[in-house]
Design a protein around this ligand. Sequence first.
Ligand code: ADP
Ligand code: MG
Ligand code: MG
Length: 888
Amino acid sequence: MTKFVYDFAEGNKDLKDLLGGKGANLAEMTNLGLPVPAGFTITTEACQRFLHDGAHVDGLDEEIDRHLAALESAMGRKLGDPADPLLVSVRSGAKFSMPGMMETVLNVGLNDESVAGLSRQAGDNDRFAWDSYRRLIQMFGKTVCDVPGEEFEDALHKAKVAKGVKDDVQLDAADLKELVAAYKKVFVKHVGHDFPQDPRHQLELAIGAVFQSWNADRAVLYRRQERIPADLGTAVNVVAMVFGNLGPDSGTGVAFTRDPATGESGIYGDYLQNAQGEDVVAGIRNTLPLADLEKLDKKSYDELLQIMATLEGHYHDLCDIEFTIERGKLWMLQTRVGKRTAAAAFTIAAQLVDEGMIDLDEAVTRVSGAQLGQLMFPRFDLSADPVSLTKGVGASPGAAFGSVVFTSADAVARAAEGEQVILVRRETNPDDLPGMIAAQGILTARGGKTSHAAVVARGMGKTCVCGADQVEVGRDQFTVGGQVVREGDVISIDGTTGRVYLGEVPVRPSEVVQYFEGDLDPAQANDPLVAAVHQIMTHADDRSRLKVRTNADTGPDAARARRFGAQGIGLCRTEHMFLGDRRELVERLILAHNKAERDDALAALRPLQRADFLEIFREMNGLPVTVRLIDPPLHEFLPSLEELAVQVAVAKERGSSDEQTERDERMLAAVRRMHESNPMLGLRGVRLGLVIPGLFAMQVRAIAEAAVALAAEGGRPRPEIMVPLVGAVQELETVRHEAERIIAEVVGDSGVEVLIGTMIEVPRAALTAGQIAEAAEFFSFGTNDLTQMAWGFSRDDVEGAFFWRYLELGIFGISPFESIDRDGVGRLVRIAAEEGRAQRPGLKLGVCGEHGGDPESVHFFHEVGLDYVSCSPFRVPIARLEAGRAAV
Ligand code: ADP
Ligand code: MG
Ligand code: MG
């Protein structure tokens, strides 16, 4: 029989799939001998069955009963015993941490009778007992029975107003007893029956609610954002309660073993005296810095530091921790390898290498291309001395500006209109998630680096300043130091320094970009982040097998990409070379009446193309440059049908018959003739080359001439001519035949070598790759078109039309245009790679779609054994890092 419940002593940190992160780490800490309250974990598998079978899971209740009995005998108390109750928390905990997304209920086991027993246990502390009871009704009501949380908050607020106090702690036992009565009324009103008094029934309902919270809207949304699979389910941890709300000698806190923003070692965390659980994270009262605990309770403080050192030594990484002190006794309630900013990920990895805790291979796996991407965000340029409004805690780095909005809904609405917004909240809670996603950045008045806003923003890589406590947030304005900022006013927030500015502050390149540009020497920069990036990138390059090229079609782009570490150009598009004042030549080409006119137009284009290629070959001297022959349908270069039709009609109306009008009429006829219903499947790519005499020949000649010119300058050109949209080897052979003749003619004995290959972007090409390889010296997978044609999705149309629905239904977790569809499109890539290489050993294989810069896809291309990926210049460092990570 499947085992559904594990005692903490039975688990360990590697069982995250089954026990969730929280449960696995509680087990690990238990087995390390750390002070963890006793408890057990119900597995994710039980959750999956529960959600699938609808509530009843065979054998689960009995197993829970057995473990509960063991817990009761270990604690010497029975759940909810009127005389001397055991209370438990019921906590969610999935494989991947989803901070604040799912539910936890504390103080399960309290009822009208056991509340008295709890008071006696605590030395006749009625205040504490009633406070715990009102918390249970509130959390249970909200999470298990969907009672709107505001109703409880209103009742609490009323109680404070009636008493004339500000803080919860100023309410006494009698007040809290009354509050419990008020809460019960709220409960009955919404649920239709009394608050359940049977402790075992409370436990059962709470467990069911935690299971169910896996499918709460905000959890679903968060998983989609973070690309966490939807079917994992959550584990449930049942933990004996310890109490931080017993008085001033008790409290609760959170801590990091290093600064999660910068990676510096030290004491980072928040502590709150006389409080339970969520009070710290929720920012209900302002917390003390953890260092102050030393003065309040030196014994617990020292023990905590010791435990933090043990955990770092054990996990070899930054850990974050939740703890509670009950009357001077320290309890550990949670730990996990902590989330961190992108900058901290690099500096921590480098520090751990220096400290000998991990090696460089491991360091490379501790960072990601996505994080490197964040570090390449621009920073504020403060030289214009912007008006500084205030300073909060820099919780998630980046430089963001936008119009101020005060609600999640407004953020979503304005962003949908294309406006950049900054979401300003006193504090955020999980309901703000859609607004946080829509906003450029988030500013809160309350809460520290561990607040909901901070944790979620860091996870999303969104700029966040939190705890700006001088900010008074109102309904449609905020004030700070006498300054009023209204909804719609623009502010700028710096998630690194925590500074908030009025208006839009200009931005400059980040240090990391300056380093990649070669403007910052890592040895001299005296910047730990730049040093860490340098160390890790160097190792990634050493280890990677996959080369990284760039997509570039101008000299400056090629030069930048080379500085960023590109090892060649994987895709040089030639279509931009037909734009601007050259359009006129293309028009002449299309409108040519005869061979002579056409040859004229082509002859005029050739020197222009040659100059373009020479510039690029120079920048990439010594490295391969793949030039794609013209690909888009030619009518893309012509005026629009509608405009032209109107123009001609108007001219006719006026009766004008000059040369211009005559030309326009001819053009209109040509545009009409060339109109296609499905241009992406029409006359483009190799088909153009076969239909328009001389077009490809002109391009091939220009490429060969440019190469010869560079060789004459003493350079080393390595051109590769790429034919787009080939579906049959015969197409390629025809083009190749002519190209080889021209190349031989131009190159002569200059020693220049020109390769000829093809894109693989039509499914038929992938499926006949063995034949095509006979005529190709290289393949480059055009994964954009390959995806488009394999799925039958029109890339330009699907996003808005129905992709959102596909994502919602989970048909795919991420757009196949963003990350390669391994099963379908990926399979075509595999087939083509294998059959191509079988035909022509050593066939060079690369990728030039957007996927070349996508971390997940880079790993796939490494696995398939391609030689290189090619991506836009700014993604080159990201792809380099991922290529290294794929190889370690
Ligand atoms: P989350 O995943 O949202 O952090 P947790 O399950 O960790 O939720 O619990 C919420 C809060 O309640 C945390 O502050 C935690 O430390 C506290 N808590 C959980 N279980 C107990 C317990 N048995 N005794 C005291 N506090 C607890
Ligand atoms: Mg927690
Ligand atoms: Mg294409």
